[in-house]
Design a protein around this ligand. Structure first.
Ligand code: B12
Ligand code: SF4
Length: 595
């Protein structure tokens, strides 16, 4: 089998007379000063890049451009790699033909992607762009927005939808000089069973701290949150990979010595094939000693699925991301996030703790009834009553592709025209009760309010008492506490050792004189480094104190207290008693006392 494959490859090579080089770039976006947000090492891998890379590798194997054309591919994530436009263009020219793919472009990355596309187009190279901004806008809006039109005017080809089963067509069209302005595949979602694997070479993966790679075990989510773009692009039906395919992805990565994975399903708990997939991973771990580590995204009802949490932990899950979003049922109902039952939050979080899995919860600020006072109150409640480790804050944002965005667009409500700001870290439209300044202040204050030294100490004590890896918790606390406050970026976009390149500045902003830029950058670097060193030192001292204290092992507080009596609810559930809808399973309230 191996012999015949090698023979076939050799035959290909002998025939290959021409080359077609595909350069894949996952663009980053700009910071407030107009410099590209990039790092020596990023924190989280790009699954979009791995997916499209896998598709091009498949096209190369299948020689889709003909037996005499060798398809070459290179991939880079701009979050951890400097994009050398001239060098890439030179390599395409040296190959004789090729194209640039701008991969997985989100709305906030669109301005950067357009700047890169413009440079490649000026050099006469074909450029194709895909990702959630293109897909979301084409899926939801009645007309193309101005920025997509600008891309088309530059001669950039747009791809809306998923590329599995369609990449060969795109490559053939580009190679023949007949690429369409827009490829629309939104109404025809590809099956995931037997779909090509997302995979990246080790040299790309090792640019991510901890050498995490990624794959999606499925796509689609049954829920209907109004701020979500995913359901409008990838649909609400669960499409999933087979356990054989997941095993093949793991083995292919393990062959490169990579066994840590971020499974990027938005909601792995709603992947209808979760159990056979986890069973297979458990088998690989327990029978073949694969050192698999998993990071999963799940929903707040996952604890109701029998065996889900236990099997996730056995399969190697050490941390989960979940969309807590808010603890006010009124906000959750307003955003159609009906599946979030606040009275079950503690039970769900305790179930993960029992398996020694760390929890990261997303929390959205700026629902219509939010005020600075209610947000402050709610964060204090979470600190006291919910056993979550890491809380991360986002602005409620009308992301292109979401129902919220479509509604505002159709009603002509003003939204910030600068897509670079649609990173969930900026106020992009007006709030009914808070001015833009107040909302911005509330966001900055939220990080400070949650990550107080006192609460960091409590989280460390809870980690020790629950047997959760304390170093992992400490490292995450450090990053999540410092990223927004010190670097001005959300932790999910964070990395180690920030790079700011003088020449890579947003179009329209001046390139500074070296005599101005370098002293500014040196001062900027020293300021951030000294802030980081102080934070690390403070947190290490907290860790040392907590570890040395024998009472940490038996630490207990309100958040860790399971409900023992049937129908018992948390104190905070009482706070929101009048906002809880009468749905099945909701706590039954005593009739309100007459004032
Ligand atoms: C994993 C993930 C991340 C990871 C990794 C990023 C990545 N792209 O892999 C991390 C944690 C870093 C991340 C961060 C953010 N994310 Co994110 N993320 C996702 C998630 C859950 C999965 C991405 C994925 O792998 N999708 C599967 C791939 C295969 O789909 P795809 O990217 O669309 O690619 C397919 C097609 O579009 C097409 N295609 C794509 N590119 C190209 C190029 C060419 C040439 C062609 C032909 C085809 C093509 O083919 C691909 C294969 O079918 C998505 C939701 C989702 N389900 O996609 C959100 C999502 C992409 N993220 C989103 C956001 C907002 C963010 C953040 C801004 C939020 C934040 N502050 O954390 C940051 C941005 C920072 C950054 N550097 O990316 C939004 C984007 C919405 C929008 N309109 O912009 C999404 C859609 C979720 C949501 N909230 O609605 N994210
Ligand atoms: S649960 Fe997550 S993926 Fe599903 S609709 Fe809501 S925000 Fe989107």
């Amino acid at each position: 089998m191996h012999g015949s494959l090698a023979h076939k490859n050799l035959a290909h090579r002998n025939l290959a007379k021409r080359a077609f080089r595909v350069v894949l770039i996952k663009p980053s976006h700009y910071d407030k000063d107009g410099y590209v947000i990039q790092w020596l090492r990023s924190l989280i891998p790009s699954n979009s890049l791995a997916s499209v890379h896998g598709l091009i590798v498949e096209c190369a194997h299948n020689a889709v451009l003909g037996p005499d054309v060798e398809i070459q591919v290179e991939a880079c994530d701009e979050c951890n790699t400097i994009v050398d436009v001239a060098g890439m263009a030179k390599r395409i020219r040296a190959a004789g033909a090729g194209m640039v793919g701008l991969i997985g472009v989100q709305s906030n990355q669109f301005p950067r992607a357009l700047d890169l596309g413009r440079q490649f187009r000026a050099l006469g190279l074909p450029v194709v762009m895909g990702g959630f901004h293109v897909s979301g806008c084409v899926a939801m809006l009645p007309m193309l927005p101005a920025d997509l039109q600008e891309a088309l005017d530059l001669g950039i080809h747009l791809f809306a939808g998923e590329a599995e089963g369609r990449m060969a067509e795109v490559l053939c069209d580009v190679a023949a000089g007949k690429a369409k302005p827009i490829y629309k595949y939104l109404n025809d979602l590809p099956e995931m069973a037997a779909a090509v694997y997302p995979i990246l070479p080790r040299s790309v993966v090792t640019r991510v701290a901890g050498h995490y790679s990624s794959f999606d075990a499925g796509r689609g989510c049954p829920f209907q949150c109004s701020f979500c773009t995913i359901i409008n692009v990838q649909g609400r039906k669960s499409r999933y990979r087979t356990p054989d395919d997941v095993e093949a992805i793991v083995r292919a990565n393990a062959a490169q010595n990579i066994t840590r994975f971020f499974i990027t399903d938005d909601n792995f708990a709603r992947n209808r094939n979760w159990e056979p997939i986890l069973d297979r991973l458990i088998e690989l771990r327990e029978r073949e000693n694969f050192n698999i580590r998993l990071l999963l995204q799940v929903d707040t009802l996952c604890h109701r699925i029998p065996g889900f949490i236990e099997k996730s932990a056995r399969a190697g899950c050490t941390a989960i991301f979940l969309g807590l979003e808010n603890i006010n049922p009124e906000s959750l109902m307003g955003a159609k996030k009906r599946q979030n039952k606040i009275w079950e939050y503690r039970e769900m979080l305790l179930a993960w703790r029992a398996q020694k899995v760390m929890t990261y919860a997303g929390y959205i600020l700026g629902f219509p009834t939010d005020t600075p006072e209610t947000i402050a109150r709610d964060i204090e409640i979470i600190k006291k009553e919910l056993p979550v480790d890491i809380l991360e804050f986002f602005y409620l944002t009308p992301l292109p592709g979401s129902e919220d965005h479509k509604n505002l667009f159709m009603r002509g409500v003003p939204m910030d025209p600068d897509m670079n700001k649609y990173d969930l870290e900026h106020a992009c439209t007006a709030h009914p009760l808070m001015s833009k300044e107040t909302w911005t202040q509330v966001y900055a204050d939220a990080w400070k309010r949650y990550y107080t030294d006192e609460h960091v100490e409590t989280i460390m004590r809870r980690a020790i008492a629950s047997g959760i890896n304390r170093t992992k918790v400490l490292d995450s606390l450090t990053i999540f506490s410092g990223a927004a406050r010190i670097e001005g970026v959300h932790p999910l976009q964070f990395g180690f050792f920030r790079r700011k390149l003088r020449m890579q500045r947003r179009s329209g902003m001046p390139i500074l004189n070296p005599l101005v830029f370098y002293p500014w950058r040196a001062a900027d670097f020293l300021k951030a480094t000294s802030q980081w060193l102080r934070l690390v030192w403070r947190y290490r001292r907290i860790m040392a104190r907590v570890t040395a204290d024998p009472s940490s092992r038996t630490h207990f507080d309100e958040a860790l207290r399971p409900h023992t009596v049937a129908g018992e609810t948390d104190h905070f559930v009482e706070v929101f008693a009048d906002k809880i809808p009468h749905t099945h399973g909701a706590p039954v309230r005593a009739p309100a006392a007459v004032a």
